[in-house]
Ligand binder design. Structure first.
Ligand SMILES: Nc1[nH]c(=O)nc2c1ncn2[C@H]1C[C@H](O)[C@@H](COP(=O)(O)OP(=O)(O)OP(=O)(O)O)O1
Length: 168
């Protein structure tokens, strides 16, 4: 049996640019990533997403302005954990990105996204996100540098996806 752990992942968009953060510590250290983390027991997923964004790069978003664009799952060979990652995006935000203890933020033009310094799965699903598509992805890793198998499905609606999962 896999133990599910819930995470958020937020991408801020501005014209043809996307904001990424260079993770300075912890899980995914030394990789460019979206902003996010674990959902605490006293908060909604959207509140967690807005809180982590603020903590990691000092930008403010209203939870209601975050659009759920994807659902990602990660499993690791020989490990009992399933990372359940809710991905959000918005171009409505306040403030200027600032470096924190955890992240160094930087805007990237779409064609300059540094996939060589990101999680291996990112280059498989970023094209969906950058084209404004909604999607589900599952990636099964061996260690952190090898994907043993994966699946990506484009979705019509996130709401329908979650309703469908509940009934299964
Ligand atoms: N393969 C992957 N590709 C990707 O793009 N993002 C991933 C990923 N695997 C995990 N993530 C994201 C999800 C989440 O935003 C982040 C991991 O969260 P963290 O461990 O940083 O959580 P916390 O900030 O709550 O942790 P603490 O530093 O322990 O408080 O990495």
């Amino acid at each position: 049996m896999l133990v599910k752990k819930l995470f958020t992942l937020v991408f801020i968009r501005k014209e043809d640019q996307i904001l990424l953060g260079f993770k300075k510590r912890g899980f995914g250290m030394n990789k460019w990533n979206g902003f996010g983390g674990k959902v605490e027991p006293n908060e909604t997923i959207l509140e967690a997403a807005a809180r982590e964004l603020k903590e990691e790069c000092c930008l403010t978003v209203k939870p209601g302005d975050l659009k759920n664009i994807a659902h990602l799952e990660f499993t690791f060979e020989g490990e009992p954990t399933l990372m359940d990652v809710r991905v959000f995006s918005t171009s409505i935000f306040e403030g200027t990105p600032k470096e924190t203890e955890e992240m160094r933020p930087k805007w990237f033009r779409h064609e300059d996204v540094p996939f060589e310094d990101m999680w291996l799965d990112d280059k498989l699903w970023f094209p969906y996100m950058l084209q404004g598509k909604k999607f589900f992805g599952h990636f099964h890793y061996e260690g952190f540098d090898k994907i043993l198998n994966y699946k990506i499905e484009e979705l019509d609606s996130m709401k329908a996806f979650y309703e469908n999962r509940k009934t299964k």
